[in-house]
Design a protein around this ligand. Structure first.
Ligand code: CMP
Length: 133
């Protein structure tokens, strides 16, 4: 069993998509083992996105992710990290496959509805950051 940290980002929350997004994961057999909703600080956002510090999109990304409440979840299942990334689709909604969350609902590369851990190492780090041990 593998775990992944998923964020339903402020754009998706504003558009009333929490239920639709969660259904995509649950319909795929992934299990929710933790869930919370909050508006994060810039300091917390910089810890979550520390690998992107200094990149051109970093400042807009931090402004966006702190712009309103988001929903953080831990999802569990066999091969969960890859399965969730396939359900989410590419970072850029214009090239994301049909039927993926980002293709269906995302505006652009920043306002792209969801985040998911990209490796076992980042899942461990992100789950610990968001939910502790
Ligand atoms: P996420 O999965 O949350 O992880 C890093 C985020 O940075 C990513 O989703 C996008 O929202 C954002 N991002 C990555 N690449 C770009 C880019 N080229 N332009 C704008 N935003 C980006």
């Amino acid at each position: 069993m593998e775990k992944s940290l998923v964020l339903i980002k402020p754009d998706a929350v504003r558009k009333g998509l929490i239920g639709k997004v969660i259904s995509k994961y649950e319909d795929n057999g992934l299990k929710i083992i933790a869930l919370k909703m909050e508006r994060i600080s810039e300091d917390f956002a910089s810890r979550h996105y520390e690998e992107h510090i200094g990149k051109t999109f970093y400042e807009p990304l931090i402004r966006f992710i702190t712009s309103g409440p988001l929903c953080a979840l831990i999802l569990e299942g066999d091969n969960a990290i890859e399965r969730i990334r396939n359900i989410n689709g590419s970072t850029n909604p214009e090239v994301a496959k049909e039927g993926t969350i980002r293709r269906m609902y995302a505006e652009n590369k920043t306002e792209n509805c969801v985040h998911a851990s990209d490796s076992k190492e980042s899942a461990k780090r992100e789950i610990n950051l968001w939910f502790g041990n």
